[in-house]
Structure formats: structure tokens, C-alpha cells
Write a protein of this length. Structure first.
Length: 243
């Protein structure tokens, strides 16, 4: 074996640095390698060096600055050290910032979550939120009728919503409609209709119906209220026709 191959990496580096009057800190400055890694190479402290691909890059820079053969330095490093390898797929530092491929299993899990959300959101809406309630009869805030038999009718958008008339729960049809027969009392009859959603909010509408048998005189306040409602209805109808 040639005498040059007997020298250790440590002796080679120290001899070349001494010959060129370069200190460890100066070599660190010239190569951009951290001082503690330069020191570890000079002292053959391989336990404090990174994986082999990084050390290879360090020795290439050092060989350029000291003007010595890189292959010779690398052979001595391989011979003297138990090379630290971080893995067969490890490369030089740039791979640390490369985009990693997305696993197929991750894509499948993400797709399943999206499907569950799409299917589950409408179901959650049946439990949360505010019910949509429409009162068909009485049509306005106040209504005057001459027949005692009356029907409170309306509809909820979700048939699963619970509907109450004056605090009593009523039956809702599969299409969300409801029809509640009532026997009116003379004078004012107030109907408070509420729709409640499980774990959700409540929608309440109040309507008044005045039962006026033939020949009976209603209170002035009731007549004024009913006239106002009818006038609003006529104005709305007129505007719609005019368009």
C-alpha cells in the first residue's frame, strides 16, 4: 500500500491546513461548513458528523480550498469511519424541502370524510337550525268570520318539526302540512302556532280570528284591525295586478 494511503484523514487535513496556514475557523468561513463539523472532521470525531451524503459534500468543499484530491479524502473517511447513513433514500440537503408524495391511503381517508360530510349535513339540519313555518289560515294577522267552525292550517318545510297550536302539539302530515279544526268563541280568538326543531330553535306566529255571528257587533278595535289587514291585502293585490 502506498505511504500516502497509510496517512489518516485527520493527519491529512491537519498537515494540509498547517501547510497553507489555514485554521479551523478560517476553513469554516471559506467553505460555509459549520465550525463544529470542521473540528469533528479534523479530529476524526465521526459520531458528531451528519449522514454520509453530507460529509461527502463537506469533503468536496474542503478538497477545493486545500487543493487536494477529493477521492483520496473520501476513501480515508470511508475506511476510518462507520459511515452514518440516515436511510437509503437520503440525499443531499435539498431533498429536505422537496414535496413528498401523498399516500394513497390518505387520499382514500380524505374522500371518505368528504362523503360522510356531504351525506351527514342534511341530516344534521334536521336537528339544528330554525324551522320554516307558513300559516295558510288565518291568512292575515286578523281575520273576521261568521261561522263558528274554523280550521287553522299551515305547513312546515321539515315534516319532522313539532308543531303546537296554543301549546298543544298537533299532527303534521308527511308533506309538512297540518289542519286543526277549532270551535270559535264569540269575539276574539287568538292562535299561537309554534314549530320546534330538535336541538334547534323555535318559530312562532300569532294570528287573531274574530267570530261574528249574524247580528253581533264586534268591538271597534277588532273592526279597525281587520280593516287595516284587508286594506294592506287590497293594496298588495292592486300593486301586483298593475305590474
Amino acid at each position: 500500500m502506498p505511504l500516502s494511503e497509510i496517512k489518516t484523514l485527520k493527519d491529512t487535513l491537519k498537515d494540509e491546513m498547517r501547510a497553507k496556514s489555514i485554521t479551523a475557523s478560517k476553513l469554516s468561513e471559506l467553505t460555509g461548513i459549520a465550525t463544529h463539523h470542521i473540528t469533528a472532521l479534523i479530529e476524526s470525531d465521526f459520531a458528531h458528523l451528519p449522514a454520509a451524503p453530507y460529509v461527502r459534500g463537506y469533503l468536496q468543499k474542503i478538497a477545493e480550498i486545500l487543493d487536494i484530491d477529493f477521492d483520496m479524502l473520501w476513501r480515508r473517511y470511508e475506511r476510518e469511519s462507520a459511515i452514518k447513513r440516515s436511510g437509503e433514500k437520503d440525499t443531499l440537503p435539498q431533498n429536505r424541502f422537496a414535496l413528498r408524495s401523498i399516500k394513497k391511503s390518505s387520499l382514500i381517508i380524505a374522500a371518505v370524510i368528504i362523503v360522510v360530510l356531504v351525506i351527514g349535513l342534511p341530516t344534521l339540519a334536521n336537528f339544528f337550525g330554525k324551522p320554516s313555518l307558513e300559516i295558510i289560515s288565518p291568512a292575515g294577522d286578523t281575520e273576521i268570520v261568521s261561522e263558528r267552525s274554523y280550521h287553522v292550517t299551515g305547513k312546515v318545510q321539515n315534516p319532522k318539526d313539532r308543531v303546537f297550536v296554543n301549546g298543544t302539539e298537533i299532527q303534521v302530515q308527511s308533506d309538512g302540512s297540518f289542519d286543526v279544526p277549532k270551535e270559535l268563541d264569540p269575539d276574539a280568538n287568538t292562535f299561537v302556532v309554534s314549530a320546534k326543531r330538535f336541538l334547534g330553535r323555535e318559530t312562532t306566529i300569532t294570528r287573531n280570528v274574530f267570530y261574528k255571528p249574524t247580528g253581533m257587533q264586534l268591538p271597534e278595535s277588532a273592526t279597525s284591525s281587520a280593516s287595516s289587514t284587508q286594506e294592506k291585502s287590497s293594496t298588495t293585490t292592486g300593486s301586483t295586478t298593475k305590474r
